[in-house]
Design a protein. Structure first.
Length: 313
C-alpha cells in the first residue's frame, strides 16, 4: 500500500525548549515514517514578521539542525526550504486569485497578530494562502497541526476547493491531523513553557543551563509533592518509577530537583552531542537534496495548474 503524504512546516522563532520537544518534535519523530513525509522550512513565511537578515539566516540553519538532532533521518523524509522552490510563489499567486479579501479578513491568526502590534503587511494577510500552496503542491493528504491551527487547514481546503470548482479536479484537498501531544508542559514558573515567557528549560542547553533552570522551578508547599517538578519528571520516567522516590523525599525539593536535572542531562546529552556534530555544510547538503526531491513532485502540479488556467501555450 502506498503511504499517505504528510507535510509539515518548520518555523524557528527562537531556541527550542523541552515543551516544544514533547509537544511537537517527538510526536513528529514517532510517526513520520508511517507517511511519505515532507518537512518544509517556511523561510518565506518568516518574512511576514522578521526583517533581520542575520537572524533569518541563522534560524534556517538552526531549525534543520534541531530536527536532525532529535532523530529525523533525511533519507526517510524530504527536508527542503520553501524559498528554494519557486513553485510555492507561483501557486501562492494563483490561489490568492481564488479567495476574497473578506474571507481572509476572518483569519484568527491575522487578527491576533495585528492586535498584538505586529506589522499588518499584505504578506501577513495572505499568509494562509501561501500555506495552502505549500500543501497543495505536494498532493498532501495530512497536515499535522495543533488545535490552534485548524483554521489554516480550512483555508487551504477553501482555496483548493475554489480552484477545483473553477478548473476541474486538479489539486488535492488536505485534511488536518490534530497531534496528540503530551498536553501542556509547564515552565519553571508553573505557566505554560513558552519561548516568549522566559520560563523554559532549553532542549539543547548545557548541563549548567539545564541545572540552573531546574533549580529555579517554582515549588508550592501546599500539596503532597512539588507538582511542576513532578510533571516535568513524568515526561522522562513512569509514575511507578517516580512515586516511591517522591514519597521518600517528601519536602526535600532540592534533592528532587537535582534528580530531575540529572535525568534531563542523561536524556538531553546524546541529542546535544549529535547537534554539535552537525555542520552548516551538512544542513546545506540536506536542503539541496531535499529541494530536488520536492521539485520532482511540485513541478508536475504546477504544470497541471498552468494547463488548467490557460497560460500553457
Ligand atoms: P512562543 O512563545 O513564541 O509562542 P512557544 O514556546 O509557545 O513559542 P511555538 O513555536 O508557539 O512555541 O510552538 C511550537 C510547537 O511546540 C507547537 O506545536 C506547540 O504546540 C508546541 N509547544 C509549545 N509550547 C509547549 C508546551 N509548553 N507544552 C507542549 N507543547 C508545546
Ligand atoms: Mg506558542
Amino acid at each position: 500500500m502506498t503511504k499517505k503524504r504528510l507535510l509539515t512546516g518548520l518555523q524557528s522563532s527562537g531556541t527550542l525548549h523541552i515543551g516544544n520537544y514533547f509537544g511537537a518534535l517527538k510526536p513528529f519523530v514517532d510517526t513520520y515514517e508511517e507517511y511519505d513525509s515532507f518537512l518544509m522550512v517556511a523561510d518565506y513565511h518568516a518574512l511576514t514578521s522578521l526583517r533581520d537578515p542575520k537572524a533569518l539566516h541563522a534560524n534556517i540553519i538552526n531549525v534543520v539542525k534541531d530536527y536532525l538532532a532529535v532523530g529525523v533521518d533525511p533519507s526517510k523524509c524530504v527536508i527542503f526550504r520553501q524559498s528554494d522552490n519557486q513553485d510555492h510563489m507561483e501557486l501562492g499567486w494563483v490561489l490568492n486569485c481564488m479567495v476574497t479579501v473578506p474571507f481572509l479578513m476572518q483569519a484568527h491568526s491575522y487578527k491576533d497578530k495585528v492586535a498584538k502590534g505586529m506589522d499588518a503587511n499584505a504578506g501577513l494577510f495572505t499568509y494562509p494562502i501561501l500555506q495552502a500552496a505549500d500543501i497543495a503542491l505536494y498532493d498532501t493528504d495530512v497536515v499535522p497541526v495543533g488545535e490552534d491551527q485548524r483554521q489554516h487547514i480550512e483555508y487551504a481546503r477553501e482555496a483548493v476547493g475554489k480552484f477545483n470548482r473553477a478548473y476541474g479536479d486538479i489539486l488535492k484537498e488536505p485534511a488536518e491531523k490534530i497531534i496528540d501531544g503530551v498536553g501542556v508542559v509547564p515552565g519553571t514558573d508553573g505557566a505554560k513553557m513558552s519561548k516568549s515567557y522566559g520560563n523554559t528549560i532549553p532542549l539543547f542547553g548545557t548541563k549548567d543551563e539545564i541545572e540552573k533552570a531546574v533549580m529555579s522551578i517554582v515549588t508550592d508547599s501546599s500539596g503532597e509533592r512539588p507538582e511542576n517538578v513532578y510533571a516535568i519528571h513524568r515526561l522522562l520516567k513512569s509514575a511507578e518509577e517516580l512515586d516511591p522516590i517522591y514519597e521518600t523525599h517528601k519536602g526535600r525539593y532540592g534533592d528532587l530537583k537535582k534528580m530531575l536535572a540529572a535525568d534531563l542531562e542523561t536524556f538531553i546529552a546524546p541529542m546535544r552531542e549529535k547537534r554539535n556534530a552537525i555542520t552548516d555544510e551538512d544542513v546545506k547538503a540536506v536542503l539541496a537534496d531535499g529541494v530536488a526531491r520536492a521539485k520532482a513532485v511540485s513541478n508536475k502540479t504546477i504544470l497541471n495548474v498552468r494547463q488548467a488556467i490557460g497560460i500553457a501555450l
